[in-house]
Write a protein that binds this ligand. Structure first.
Ligand code: 4AD
Ligand code: MG
Length: 423
């Protein structure tokens, strides 16, 4: 008999079926055993009786089995159907499973390699997979090439304090904080490029938004304007949310996500305000931030409460942003952040790139960097420089937002933070 996935078996709803998977729950009565079996697609209750009873009774959670039987509707069963088991093939008898109900977050993190099988984690990982697929599709449909930059790099880009140093034979190198400086070089060959790759930040802050290794979706584009860049960011997020709402209804339900809160972000225009306007809005709510100071988590959260869609904040003060952002007026840059709704923080960081080589050198020096180390980058401004810009999106932040997670750590299979790097 051909094995069906559990979702297919539930769809079939009657007649003979063969499934395989893992014991998700078991309960033995005097004359029968209820086995709830899971696979990657769903769960289904199976009833074992008579001559198979003794065998089934011994099975512990997470044992792997192949089952043949007859499926029929049963309102009492967790997914509305039940299989009367006619053949039970035990593939592996599991030992006593260490994860039981109501365990601490730390214990589950220690057992992450097992916890990843939970329905919650399975649902999140499926959403994550949809998000990755959507990013690729979005950029490819708009004529972008996928480009890969090196992970081992010789310079910083987003500030020296979060660099991971790597011993490199007799030299030292750094793990990529971003693809950007290499992407800007590749842009002169390909004009429209994107990537999804790991980025590394030696973040010491223990927050629900920071990982030390995260997946970074980045794009870089030549010739386009600052407004075009904002359109790309908005269109990308809308595309992702729309895709997840379409593909992952079941998963969002398992996660208890209120999709009404997500729907506006799939279709409504996103709010666009300048940094100075943001300060005014904050002032009305009693947040007094001096012009020139970066928005902190509290201010970003307050702003995100004001809208039901992401808010794009443009024209930040020069001092709080990276050296490569294009100067606008004297004190501001053509950069923007996209702040997610519901307090999910900065989802995207973006800018038009500075093309004036002297300004770039000056700003590098101000940050204590030696422009000599950036010659490979400065060359892009010497040979046919063109206006260009790009952005980076933290994929886990987007997944955490879409799934409504408490922590970014659950948005990735095996999270890395300062304190958590095992398993
Ligand atoms: O704002 P960031 O630092 O910008 C850059 O790296 C640019 N070079 C991107 C570009 O223009 N190509 O990082 C971009 C995004 C942030 O908006 C945030 O979503 C995410 O990366 N991010 C992190 N996500 C998880 N953990 C961390 N420690 C993160 N740091 C940044
Ligand atoms: Mg940023």
């Amino acid at each position: 008999m051909k094995y069906l996935t559990i979702a297919e078996a539930l769809d079939k709803g009657k007649g003979k079926v063969a499934i395989r998977g893992w014991i998700y729950r078991e309960r033995s009565l005097k004359d029968k055993v209820f086995l709830v079996v899971r696979d990657s697609t769903d769960i289904v209750q199976c009833v074992v009786k008579d001559k198979l009873y003794d065998q089934a009774k011994e099975l512990l959670i997470e044992s792997s089995v192949k089952i043949e039987g007859t499926i029929r509707a049963d309102k009492r069963a967790p997914t509305g159907f039940e299989i009367d088991v006619e053949k039970l093939d035990i593939v592996h008898k599991a030992e006593k499973y260490p994860i039981t109900k109501d365990q601490s977050i730390e214990f589950l993190a220690d057992k992450r390699h097992l916890w990843i099988r939970s329905r919650k984690m399975t649902a999140i990982l499926k959403v994550r997979s949809s998000v990755f697929g959507a990013i690729h599709e979005f950029f490819r449909s708009k004529g972008f090439y996928e480009f890969q930059s090196p992970i081992l790099q010789t310079t910083q880009c987003e500030g020296g304090s979060t660099l991971f140093e790597v011993k490199y034979f007799k030299d030292k190198m750094f793990l990529a904080q971003t693809w950007q400086l290499y992407a800007e070089a590749a842009l002169f060959a390909l004009e429209k490029i994107y990537t999804i790759a790991p980025s590394f930040r030696a973040e010491t802050s223990k927050t629900s938004r920071h990982l030390t290794e995260y997946w970074h979706a980045e794009m870089e584009v030549a010739w386009e304007s600052f407004e075009d860049l904002q359109d790309y960011a908005e269109d990308l997020l809308q595309f992702i949310v729309k895709r997840v709402l379409k593909e992952c209804k079941k998963e969002l339900k398992i996660l208890g996500r209120d999709i009404k809160k997500l729907e506006p972000s799939a279709k409504k225009k996103y709010k666009r305000i300048t940094y100075s306007e943001a300060l005014k809005l904050l002032d009305k709510k009693g947040f007094k931030l001096k012009w020139g100071k970066d928005l902190r988590t509290v201010e970003e959260d307050e702003l995100s409460k004001m809208f039901d869609v992401p808010v794009i904040i443009t024209h930040y003060p020069k001092e709080v942003k990276a050296f490569y952002m294009k100067e606008d007026k004297k004190e501001t840059v053509l950069g923007f952040d996209v702040i997610g709704p519901e307090g999910y923080g900065e989802l995207i960081g973006a800018s038009e790139r500075e093309v004036d080589i002297d300004k770039l050198k000056k700003r590098l020096k101000e940050q204590g960097e030696d422009p000599k180390h950036y010659e490979y980058y400065l060359d892009t401004r010497r040979y046919g420089s063109v206006p260009h810009g790009g952005f980076g999106m933290g994929v886990e932040r987007v997944v955490a937002w879409i799934c409504g997670l408490d922590s970014i750590k659950d948005a990735i299979g095996f999270p890395r933070t300062m304190l958590r790097f095992k398993p």
